[in-house]
Design a protein around this ligand. Structure first.
Ligand code: ZN
Length: 177
């Protein structure tokens, strides 16, 4: 069984760091994957990356519920996007590390991602719609890139005040801890 982990919020430097390749799958990592699923579900997210629970390892989980077909659930380690459609679409996007912040982000409609699973076996996953969006969003996290950086300058500027306030609040709580 997984347990809910605290989610890292914007203002914490770990969200701007690059996660490291995974070379070994052990019980600790398998537990982390379970905990990440639990954490994501508890907050109704569709994806969660290692950085977001303070673990700088190249792992992310995706779970898109059935009502948002096509439904998909997977965990992937050391993911690399191997194909992306030239066709893109813009949709409102949010992130569990940015509570209350939403904005339009342009993403490829369809992607293929390759990596390894928890048995260290190679996996290839293709996704479109919300799954494709989640894959691109989570892979960015592992490279220290957050979704607001993918917004147009105008949209990002409109969120600047909220982002600054969120970061300030997080930094204050980090110094207290
Ligand atoms: Zn996110």
């Amino acid at each position: 069984m997984g347990k809910k982990l605290p989610i890292v919020i914007w203002g914490n430097p770990v969200l701007k760091m690059k996660a490291k390749e995974i070379t070994e799958v052990d019980d600790e990592l398998r537990q982390l994957a379970e905990d990440m699923f639990e954490t994501m579900r508890a907050d109704n997210g569709v994806g969660l990356a290692g950085n977001q629970v303070g673990v700088l390892k190249r792992i992310f989980v995706v779970e898109v519920p059935k009502k948002d077909a096509p439904s998909q659930r997977f965990v992937i380690l050391n993911p690399v996007i191997t194909k992306r459609s030239k066709i893109k679409e813009t949709q409102e996007e949010g992130c569990l590390s940015f509570p209350g912040i939403w904005g339009p982000v342009e993403r490829s409609c369809e992607v293929e991602v390759q990596g390894i699973d928890l048995e260290m076996k190679p996996v290839t996953i293709t996704g479109d719609g919300l799954v494709a969006r989640a894959i691109q969003h989570e892979l960015d996290h592992l490279d220290g890139i957050v979704f607001v950086e993918r917004m147009s300058m105008l949209n990002r500027t409109m969120l600047n005040k909220k982002l600054r306030e969120l970061a300030k609040k997080t930094k204050a709580s980090l110094t207290r801890a």
